[in-house]
Design a protein around this ligand. Structure first.
Ligand SMILES: NC(=O)c1ccc[n+]([C@@H]2O[C@H](COP(=O)([O-])OP(=O)(O)OC[C@H]3O[C@@H](n4cnc5c(N)ncnc54)[C@H](O)[C@@H]3O)[C@@H](O)[C@H]2O)c1
Length: 315
């Protein structure tokens, strides 16, 4: 694939760090340009500082590197977004519109846009949440992603911009830290379990949420992007699932590896956000249209994370 040149926005984040590395391995170091609003980063590929609200800089970078695809990850996430709703709307919306305009004007081959389970709200069935329910989210982040999904569909229908999207569940990683989402507890808990054998959860004991281990999230992204255009039938965003658990169930699984581990509960404002999100996702469309299937469930994810974190701490 010699002509593919990829720009990743928000590359310094929890997903962008690993996605950029995977894309470099696949397409070659010179063919992936990592970018973020942060002034510097430790990528082995080319790195450019880019604020996604700066359309001129975005267009300049597309011309400079002859970009053919954008993975547009830059966003302000659910919990952080509530502290400054208008700021969040501006970054999440204007960033996406700049990317979609660029894709139209520079005739980019493909764009990836991550959506989220935060698009669902209290009007949505919480168990087996369907692909096409009422989308009335409770957070500014969710509102921006619903609007974003619809803009993606609009640019596909009107301008044939081949933009593809997944509604990621909570993404769990051990080697990159999350940046202010509601599901961050499921990453923090592992670090605290290994450091202190205890964790205080801001999500209530029995509030279950859909989650996915990072290797599955990266693979889902690449598989969707590899799918033949005519088979990508959902042009807003695909539901995609892997596992579902609550903090008590996660804690029980961690105890199998760290028997002294104890969990306490002090729910905060994020509990209200979590309570408005699905418990589990119906992702039949993703499974039918492009063959989605997860590799990790709760037990094998926990084993892998604890093994990796323990090894890392011992080095
Ligand atoms: N992590 C999850 O659990 C999850 C779940 C659902 C959807 N998503 C989506 O996936 C994408 C990546 O999420 P993440 O977890 O890596 O987020 P993150 O918060 O870890 O990273 C986001 C990155 O965007 C950068 N950024 C913020 N404002 C910017 C701007 N104006 N211009 C350029 N960069 C800017 C930040 O510096 C950060 O490095 C987001 O769009 C998010 O909505 C993530």
């Amino acid at each position: 694939m010699p002509d593919t040149k990829i720009l990743v926005t928000g590359a310094c984040g929890q997903i962008g760090t690993l996605l950029s590395t995977t894309l470099q391995e696949r397409y070659g170091f010179d063919n992936v340009i990592a970018s973020d609003i942060r002034s510097s980063a430790t990528f082995s590929c080319i790195y450019e500082q880019l604020d996604v609200t700066d359309a001129n800089k975005l267009f300049y970078l597309i011309s400079k590197y002859q970009i053919t695809q954008i993975y547009h990850l830059a966003a302000i996430l659910s919990a952080k977004g509530e502290a400054n709703p208008i700021f969040t709307w501006n970054i999440n919306m204007n960033g996406l519109l700049n990317v979609l305009e660029a894709a139209k004007n520079y005739k980019l081959e493909k764009v990836f846009y991550p959506s989220t389970i935060a698009v669902f709200g209290n009007q949505t069935p919480r168990v087996g949440t369907p692909q096409w329910p009422n989308l009335t989210p409770e957070t500014v982040y969710g509102i921006s992603k619903v609007a974003g999904e619809n803009w993606c569909n609009y640019y596909f229908q009107k301008f044939d911009v081949d933009v593809r999207s997944l509604r990621y569940p909570g993404i769990i990683s051990w080697d990159t830290l999350p940046g202010g989402g509601t599901t961050d507890y499921a990453v923090e808990i592992f670090h605290e379990a290994i450091k202190r054998q205890s964790y205080t959860s801001y999500i209530a004991e029995h509030t279950a949420l859909p989650m996915m281990y990072m290797p599955d999230a990266i693979r889902a992204t690449l598989e969707l992007m590899d799918t033949a255009k005519e088979n990508v039938k959902v042009r807003t965003s695909y539901n995609v699932g892997a596992m579902t658990f609550n903090p008590a169930e996660l804690s029980e699984e961690i105890k199998k590896h760290i028997p002294d581990f104890v969990i306490e509960y002090e729910p905060d404002f994020r509990q209200e956000i979590a309570a408005s999100w699905p418990e589990s996702i119906n992702d039949t469309d993703a499974r039918t249209d492009w063959g989605w299937k997860e590799s990790y469930g709760l037990a094998d994810m926990c084993q892998d994370i604890i093994h990796n974190l323990t090894q890392n701490n011992n080095q």
